[in-house]
Every structure is written in structure tokens, then in C-alpha cells.
Design a protein around this ligand. Structure first.
Ligand SMILES: NC(=O)c1ccc[n+]([C@@H]2O[C@H](COP(=O)([O-])OP(=O)(O)OC[C@H]3O[C@@H](n4cnc5c(N)ncnc54)[C@H](OP(=O)(O)O)[C@@H]3O)[C@@H](O)[C@H]2O)c1
Length: 260
């Protein structure tokens, strides 16, 4: 594997599971030193050992992204250990399913605390330390481009994240820092099990999706090149093209989704 990221330091939030774990491994395989941030510190320490055993450099730091002090402490440890931060992957997040009419405001607030305020905390803590060539990579979702039934609140959090990404991209361009939005579709992780639910109801059909390694490979490319947007599959692109060109048609099709 080509060590395209040798000498770079990457912070990956949500590195204890799924896309974040796969991304941390992939960045380390490409030569980056990785800071592993999440709450499940035992899982992070296992990952740190796994990366070190393969000759990589990693640092596990227990972090709650919704807590600014916790994020500041993680960044401080990263700087003490590796001297700088070149890449920030804002991946930590959770889902919230339920019809809009039934949503609990406290669930909505919690999901925004993690999915929106979390990345904001990380961006604000990292930016003062980031040099020219820095990369900020925010993991959004296909449903952050078009909401679908039963995940309106989760979609709203990803729309909000996209808005921060779009504004920040222009604000930091002069410093030579890029901001990438990544839009995965269904990915085979523990995401669904870790999602909040408004009520205990039968879960709808879901596509099989891709493995987290597929998303991780695209995030590594983003860390190398700093594109504006990253989509994972042709199907995701087709879905988003269809809803852009024919906004009413998918609404009818997606309406079937929300039937009891
Ligand atoms: N899987 C999908 O189908 C899919 C599709 C589109 C987008 N995404 C997005 O991809 C990202 C990763 O999701 P995933 O599929 O890998 O799900 P996952 O396996 O459930 O992983 C979520 C990660 O977020 C971390 N996390 C949650 N709350 C946190 C907090 N307060 N502070 C720090 N870390 C926190 C979790 O770690 P701890 O519990 O240890 O803190 C875990 O490592 C999310 O932003 C998600 O919205 C997923």
C-alpha cells in the first residue's frame, strides 16, 4: 500500500466502531498517525494496539464530541503526542428514527448535540492548530441531501452539518485548508442498533449497503486530495440526481416507505 499520508496526523472521531474504525485503520495503513476519539475507550485501545502491531502510530483518547472540554483535552493530547493536526475526520454520529409528528424534542436535541455541535466543537478546537494543507472531512449522509420518511430529524442534523461545511469551506480557503462533505448511503455497521428510536416499531426495508471499508477508502482519497463532495456509490448518485430532477416523483415512491 502506498504511504501517501506519511508525516500527516489525523484525528478520527467515532473511531470505536464502523466507518470511523475502518477509516482510522485505512489512514494508518497509508502512513498517517491517527488519534482515535470516541467514548468507548477499551475499543479504542484495542484498535491502537492493532495499528501499532502493524507498525503504525495511534493514540486512543476517550472523547465525548458533544462536550467542548472533552474535545479540547483530546486535541491537547494529540498535539502533545504528535505535534500537529493535519486531518480532522468528523465521523462520530448517531441516527434517530421516527415520524416527525411523533418526535421527542429531547431526542432531536441530543442528535443535534452529537451530529452538529460535536463536529463544531472539533472544528473550533482543531482549526487554530491546523496549518496550510489541512483537511477537514465531515461525514454527512445521502439523507443529508434529501430527507426520507421516518428519519427526518437525523436528516435535519446532516443538513445542518452540510451548511456548516459549506460556510467553513469558503472561510478557510485562504488558509489553504479544504473542507469535504462525505455522503454515504447505507453502510453495514452498528449504526442502526445505535440509533435512537421514537417508538418501538417495526423497522422498514433498508438496502444491503456497502462495507465500512469502502467508505473508509473514499475518506482516505479525500484526505489526500481534499475534494468538495464525496459520494460512495453510483446508486447514491442516481438517487440524488432523480430527486433533484424530479422532486415530486420520488416523494410518491418514498411515501410507500412510510406506510404502516
Ligand atoms: N451506517 C450507515 O448506513 C451510515 C450512512 C450514512 C452516514 N453515516 C454516518 O457515518 C458516521 C459513522 O456511523 P457508523 O455507521 O460507523 O455508525 P456506528 O458504528 O454506530 O459508529 C458511530 C460512532 O460514533 C461514536 N459516537 C457516538 N456518539 C459519540 C459522542 N457523543 N462522542 C464521541 N463519539 C461518539 C461511537 O463511539 P462511542 O459510542 O464509543 O462514543 C461510534 O464510534 C455517522 O456520522 C453516521 O451518521 C452512516
Amino acid at each position: 500500500m502506498e504511504k501517501t499520508l506519511t508525516g500527516k496526523v489525523a484525528v478520527v472521531t467515532g473511531a470505536s466502531s464502523g466507518i470511523g474504525e475502518a477509516t482510522a485503520r485505512a489512514l494508518a495503513e497509508h502512513g498517517a498517525s491517527v488519534v482515535l476519539a470516541a467514548r468507548a475507550v477499551e475499543k479504542l485501545e484495542d484498535l491502537e494496539c492493532g495499528i501499532s502491531a502493524l507498525g503504525g502510530r495511534a493514540l486512543a483518547v476517550k472523547t465525548d464530541v458533544s462536550d467542548r472540554d472533552s474535545v479540547e483535552a483530546m486535541v491537547e493530547r494529540a498535539i502533545n503526542e504528535f505535534g500537529t493536526i493535519d486531518i480532522l475526520v468528523n465521523n462520530a454520529g448517531l441516527g434517530l428514527s421516527g415520524r416527525v409528528a411523533e418526535l421527542r424534542a429531547e431526542d432531536l436535541r441530543y442528535v443535534f448535540e452529537v451530529n452538529v455541535v460535536g463536529p463544531l466543537n472539533c472544528i473550533q478546537a482543531v482549526l487554530p492548530r491546523m496549518r496550510e494543507g489541512g483537511r477537514i472531512i465531515n461525514v454527512s449522509s445521502v439523507v443529508g441531501k434529501r430527507a426520507i420518511p421516518k428519519v427526518g430529524a437525523y436528516s435535519a442534523s446532516k443538513f445542518a452539518l452540510n451548511a456548516l461545511s459549506d460556510a467553513l469551506r469558503v472561510e478557510v480557503a485562504r488558509r489553504g485548508i479544504t473542507v469535504t462533505s462525505v455522503y454515504p448511503g447505507t453502510t453495514r455497521t452498528a449504526f442502526r442498533d445505535n440509533s435512537r428510536r421514537t417508538k418501538d416499531e417495526k423497522r422498514g426495508w433498508r438496502p444491503k449497503g456497502v462495507t465500512p471499508d469502502v467508505v473508509a477508502a473514499r475518506i482516505v482519497r479525500a484526505a489526500e486530495k481534499g475534494p468538495r463532495d464525496v459520494y460512495i456509490t453510483i446508486k447514491d448518485r442516481l438517487f440524488l440526481t432523480a430527486v433533484t430532477l424530479f422532486p415530486a416523483l420520488p416523494a410518491r415512491v418514498l411515501g410507500l416507505w412510510s406506510k404502516d
